[in-house]
Ligand binder design. Structure first.
Ligand SMILES: [Zn+2]
Ligand SMILES: [Zn+2]
Length: 373
């Protein structure tokens, strides 16, 4: 599922375009820092050399979108305006090069880190840390993203072919799923047999929980103040689900015979969760902070955290991990819980996200609107 089938001839298509493209499309664009995006009508981009155009099947909404739109001017190195949406699954409808024609008609997940493919990080498979990405990261994060009818992707290198019948639930795997997978997978501590704590059972946490669960941990403790999220955690295989990090500290001490947790994944990242996450650690344990909500931690060699501590703050994930996470989904090991929304419902959907009213991930399906392009 990670490589496209060989070219089978494009007899029914024109040289580079699968279907007649409309002149304009809808796009949720951010025009001003500290403001909400607006629904604009903009030209449908035509792919230049190397580029591919996808009709968007689904675009997930992410807390990062809120951080972006809430940011004051000057905080982020992006130029406005741009179209939001960095969790995208779509169908390739036009390509800029004849060499890429075999992608036409394929449903693909978009790897959101539009890395250079050539620097030392990219060459070593750590393209999520591409050294040339010092401004915009990719579509929806500084460049035009997929909260639109179409998205222009700079290279087919960023695509992973997926089962077209797998549906809209694949969109969140490109960020929420990939970030969660990479956070777990890049841990040097083996999950098998470990005492694991997952803080925040939202878009990312509910996926991380499934990745952790698939690796035979000793015990998994989920933490979330929302009852619905705790119920979901239990459904997804958490052994315990508690409402606060204070409860988790006590529970972990009890469950581990006072030795602590081997792995703590913090998908919230406020001061309370970061502090408690460090407090819960066992000797040689690892705290991974993924949520970016302002919490900080001071560590030193002696005393503040148990011996052998390891603190990580991974960013998103490499292309190879996206293929792996989509493979897990195809095998039924993980699935994202999604609620679908139309393009017109985007403002209300962001409000739901802001107020924690969504369980799982909110996914916008442009084709659902009566006004779809
Ligand atoms: Zn995101
Ligand atoms: Zn690079």
């Amino acid at each position: 599922m990670t490589t496209p089938p060989p070219a089978t001839g494009t007899g029914e298509h024109s040289a580079t375009t699968r279907d007649e493209l409309p002149a304009t499309m809808r796009a949720w664009r951010l025009h001003e820092w500290g403001s909400r995006p607006t629904l604009d009508r903009v030209p449908v981009p035509r792919p230049g050399p190397g580029e591919v155009l996808l009709k968007v099947d689904a675009a997930g909404l992410c807390h990062s979108d809120l951080h972006i739109m809430d940011s004051p001017e000057g905080r982020l190195p992006y130029t406005l305006p741009f179209t939001l949406g960095h969790e995208v699954v779509g169908t390739v409808v036009a390509v800029g090069d004849r060499a890429e024609e075999h992608w036409l008609g394929l449903t693909c997940a978009v790897h959101g880190v539009w890395s250079c493919g050539e620097c030392r990080k990219c060459r070593s498979g750590r393209d999520n840390y591409c050294v040339r990405l010092d401004g915009a990261i990719g579509g929806g994060i500084g460049l035009d993203g997929g909260l639109a009818d179409y998205i222009l992707v700079p290279s087919a290198r960023h695509l992973v072919g997926v089962d077209p019948t797998a549906g809209t639930a694949l969109a969140p795997l490109t960020d929420a799923g990939l970030t969660a997978f990479h956070a777990v997978d890049s841990q040097p501590v083996d999950v098998a047999g470990a005492v694991v704590v997952v803080i925040g059972i939202g878009g990312l946490g509910h996926l991380a929980l499934q990745v952790v669960r698939s690796r035979s941990p000793e015990v998994v403790v989920a933490v979330d103040p929302r009852r619905g999220a705790r119920d979901l955690a239990t459904e997804l295989g958490a052994d315990h689900a508690v409402a606060s990090v204070a409860e988790a500290v006590d529970l972990v001490a009890r469950l581990s015979g006072d030795t602590g947790a081997d792995l703590v994944f913090d998908f919230v990242g406020v001061q309370d969760t970061v502090t408690a996450g460090a407090r819960m650690l066992a000797t040689g344990g690892g705290l991974t902070v993924v949520g970016s909500a302002g919490g900080s931690l001071t560590v030193d060699k002696q005393g503040s955290v148990p011996r052998g501590w390891r603190v990580a703050a991974p960013f998103w994930g490499p292309h190879a991990d996206l293929a792996a996470v989509l493979g897990l989904a195809a095998d039924g090991e993980i699935a994202s819980v999604v609620e679908e929304r139309t393009m017109d419902e985007v403002p209300a959907a962001y409000e739901d996200l802001r107020r924690g009213r969504a369980s799982g991930r909110l996914v916008v399906v442009p084709g659902r609107d009566p006004s779809a392009a």
